[in-house]
Design a protein around this ligand. Structure first.
Ligand code: CAA
Length: 282
């Protein structure tokens, strides 16, 4: 059984741990404290219950999946003997760089170090390690157990062999991996975020209301969620941070975040997680 570690037990981390464990991998789930880990495990258990109630997993699969996940509050301890680490910590550059310095120190020399970052440069992350050819992006989509894509991001120094291994591993998770190069926003967010920003600009300029904009895109373009609902789901702070990466990294004014988005984030209206964004959640 291949042993992997997942750093971070939040929405993305627990989803990634869930999918690896469901597909037979042994998983070390790592976070800074036990309550965060317990919350992550509870979410995994609830999400497996959805799959059991739909008949795609059995109660026995649930027990086996949960039994394959161990929790740790120390990186040094959790990444011992792993073949792969997937980092899914908060989207903060300094934090991620420190985590990768630690991973480089404590994970076995041959281990692959992957990041689930949605927009931080893989090349930059790789450069703080002594194994840049083994650092790669594995960008899962939320909700991880449902969404089929893994955007596999090759940093400037990522080797062909490591890229192939991560493509193969993603397939073993039942996902469709897609290889892209390391430029701001990669492909997913380079295309998604300007659409979300344009929806917010349309609202800001009074072209239409929240529900009207979302209805046009849901019923007119067959998107499962409208762009404003999707922005709430992703987190408005995350959308703003990604737009800033696109704007700074590509230097084109078309990526400038809408002032309404900036104001909403400053006011603490972050979407589903804060209870209010373009919609109310309480
Ligand atoms: N775990 C397990 N199963 C889950 C789940 C979870 N967390 N969330 C939903 N499901 C399952 C449901 O049980 C249901 O299963 P069946 O098809 O077997 O019935 C299925 O997924 C659909 O869910 P629902 O019926 O509850 O609701 P829905 O049909 O409205 O779908 C949704 C919900 C899948 C979230 C859908 O609205 C959707 O696809 N939204 C868009 C999601 C998206 O665009 N994600 C990408 C965001 S961008 C990102 O993640 C990356 C980034 O860098 C910003």
């Amino acid at each position: 059984m291949m042993h992997v570690a997942v750093i971070g037990s939040g929405t993305m981390g627990n989803g990634i741990a869930h999918v690896f464990a469901q597909h037979g991998f042994s998983v070390a789930l790592i976070d800074i404290n036990q309550p965060a880990l317990d919350k992550g495990l509870l979410t995994i258990s609830k999400n497996i219950d959805r799959q059991v109630s739909k008949g795609s997993l059995t109660e026995a699969d649930k027990a086996d999946t949960l039994a394959r996940i161990q929790t740790h509050t120390s990186i040094a301890e959790g990444v011992r003997n792993v073949a792969l680490v997937v980092e899914a910590a908060t989207e903060n550059v300094e934090l991620k760089l420190q985590i990768f310095r630690d991973l480089d120190q404590y994970a076995p020399q041959e281990a692959i170090l992957a990041s689930n970052t949605s927009s931080i440069s893989i090349t930059k992350i790789a450069a703080v390690t002594k194994r840049p050819s083994q650092v790669i992006g594995m960008h899962f989509m939320n909700p991880v157990p449902v969404m089929k894509l893994v955007e596999v991001i090759r940093g400037y120094a990522t080797s062909d062999a490591v890229t192939q291994q991560v493509m193969d591993l993603s397939q073993q998770l039942g996902k469709t991996p897609t290889e892209v190069n390391d430029y701001p926003g990669f492909v997913a967010n380079r295309i998604l975020m300007p659409m979300i920003n344009e929806a917010i600009i349309s609202l800001f300029e009074g072209v239409a209301g929240v529900e009207e904009i979302d209805t046009v895109m849901k019923l007119g373009m067959a998107h499962p969620m409208g762009p404003l609902q999707l922005a709430d789901f992703i987190g408005l702070d995350v959308c703003l941070a990604i737009l800033r990466v696109l704007h700074d990294g590509l230097g084109n004014p078309k990526y400038a975040p809408c002032p309404l988005l900036v104001n909403m984030v400053m006011a603490g209206r972050l979407g589903v997680k804060s209870g209010e964004g373009f919609y109310q959640y309480t």
